[in-house]
Design a protein around this ligand. Structure first.
Ligand SMILES: Cc1ncc(COP(=O)(O)O)c(C=O)c1O
Length: 478
């Protein structure tokens, strides 16, 4: 390797690890000469290489600047699920994923957890400690069944940013968003009913369908615009669909956000066929640019949208603070809440209410989303570099989850078996389908601080995926 390639490599690494961030001015040519002990022409050649790679740009009389990384050219393909309602399988795999969450001996690249190490989260610990002192033993008492009025007040205030005018009494606090989803489904359906879902779809919701004896009708979904309204309309004509369940904003796992006009059209379609919508908005506040996208609920003028959300992805999943705005289904939903967990835990609700009321939540969101956006670009650049050529990569505008579609030869459950020997784990795509489709897809988390160790692990995933592709190709040739 020549000297200028070495210098370019080091600067590239610093860009990828966020030491030099998008928009930052890079050290001057003179500073590079001093740091690396190289000549002016070597330093200039190193920067020229980085300009050729579209990583940096030079501005006359200003110096060299880090460019935003390029939008990936290949997105995952539009899903083509089965055209009929199915029983949900995959519980064993979901259980395995849930069990690995506490396996410290493995690097869990696919988990759905936000970064809990940011300083902007610290005030929450203080608030919790203060509450213990202040509340004496009151925090140990049952809360209202619909949850803390203080917290519901704050949620109603926050919901304005998604275009929703909710009264605190329109909201009930749940034990995580998972409970909000389960209550919604139980409120609307009986065993044997059909629920239309986007595809791929969050495995937690799929497992509620399974446990409740419901059938999933997976609707083709576009990685940019979300659930196909055309396919959904045909399905509504053909099947007795009781509810439509979607995650239209920063979808987990596909990353898309439905354009506002399509959200409104989805609502109108549901109205035409008189079906309820269960909208999961758990990632909605993690927008990289403001204002955050509107919810489908913001178009709801007859109460048919049950909006499910919570603080697991923005603040911390261990608090188990979720919420549900059940629209016109409030009475039945409250009953389902009662038979599910009764009132939710009191102290975490009060802590989150204070965290939001004092402005810490918005400050924390501003900080985390800046980090996540930068880390998205770094993770994408690693996937582009280390994964098999032509891999489809999502391009989320919020949240912290990336969806990668590998060549069909790669089965990500088998990939995980090989990765286990290197103490690495990814979330295999088949978790996100009723019947184990998306075997060649996987989900990666970029909320972690992206260290060289993580880069090495991503590289290993890419190398093993390439190895599997080549094995299948070789077998085909023989
Ligand atoms: C789309 C989606 N909805 C709901 C949940 C469940 O959230 P909670 O941990 O608040 O129950 C998750 C968690 O991974 C999720 O990704």
């Amino acid at each position: 390797m020549t000297r200028y390639e070495e210098v370019a490599g080091t600067v590239r690494e610093r860009i990828e690890h966020g030491i030099y961030r998008v928009g930052d001015r890079l050290p001057s040519i003179r500073a590079v000469c001093q740091e690396f002990g190289v000549s002016i022409s070597t330093a200039q050649e190193a920067y020229r290489q980085l300009m050729d790679a579209a990583l940096i740009d030079s501005r006359p009389k200003s110096g060299y600047f880090v460019l935003p990384s390029r939008v990936p050219s290949v997105l995952p393909s539009v899903s083509r699920p089965a055209q009929c309602p199915l029983d949900v399988s995959q519980w064993d795999q979901v259980l395995e994923l849930v069990a690995t969450q506490h396996d410290d001996s493995r690097l869990l690249l696919g988990r759905g957890v936000p970064n809990l190490a940011y300083e902007t989260l610290k005030p929450l610990s203080k608030i919790l400690a203060g509450l213990h002192r202040k509340n004496d033993l009151n925090g140990f008492n049952y809360d209202k069944l619909s949850g803390s009025p203080e917290l519901r007040q704050q949620i109603a205030r926050l919901a304005i940013t998604s275009g929703c005018l909710l009264h605190p009494d329109d909201i009930m606090i749940t034990t995580g968003c998972q409970e909000a989803l389960a209550i919604s489904l139980r409120t609307l359906t009986q065993p044997g009913d059909v629920v239309a879902v986007d595809s791929p779809s969050f495995y937690g919701t799929m497992q509620i369908l399974k446990a409740s004896g419901l059938k999933a009708l997976e609707i083709p979904t576009d990685p940019q615009t979300g659930i196909s309204l055309e396919a959904l309309e045909m399905a509504l004509e053909q099947w007795p669909i009781r509810a439509i369940q979607v995650t239209p904003t920063y979808n987990n796992p596909l990353g898309y956000t439905m354009p506002e006009a399509r959200k409104q059209a989805l609502f109108q379609l549901a109205q035409r066929f008189d079906v309820a919508i269960i909208e999961d908005d758990i990632y909605g506040d993690l927008a990289y640019t403001l204002p955050r996208p509107r919810t489908i609920k913001s178009f709801d003028d007859d109460g048919r949208v049950l909006l499910c959300s919570g603080f697991s992805k923005t603040v911390g999943p261990g608090l188990r603070v979720g919420w549900l705005a059940p629209g016109c289904y409030r009475d039945k939903a409250l009953h389902m809440k009662y038979v599910s967990t009764g009132a939710s835990a009191t102290l975490p609700q009060l802590a989150v209410a204070e965290f939001v009321a004092k402005g810490h939540y918005e400050r924390h969101l501003r900080y985390t989303t800046r980090q996540y956006q930068r880390q998205r670009d770094i993770m994408i650049s690693w996937v582009q570099r280390y994964f098999p050529k032509g891999a489809g990569i999502s391009y989320p505008q919020g949240s912290f989850l990336l969806w990668v579609e590998l060549p069909a030869a790669v089965d990500c459950v088998r990939l995980n078996e090989r990765l286990a020997q290197r103490a690495i784990h990814v979330a295999p795509g088949s978790l996100f389908s009723a019947s184990g489709k998306f075997h060649q897809c996987l989900r990666l988390n970029y909320a972690f601080t992206l260290t060289p160790e993580i880069e090495k692990a991503v590289r290993t995933v890419g190398e093993l995926a390439t190895e599997m592709t080549e094995e299948v190709q070789a077998a085909g040739v023989e």
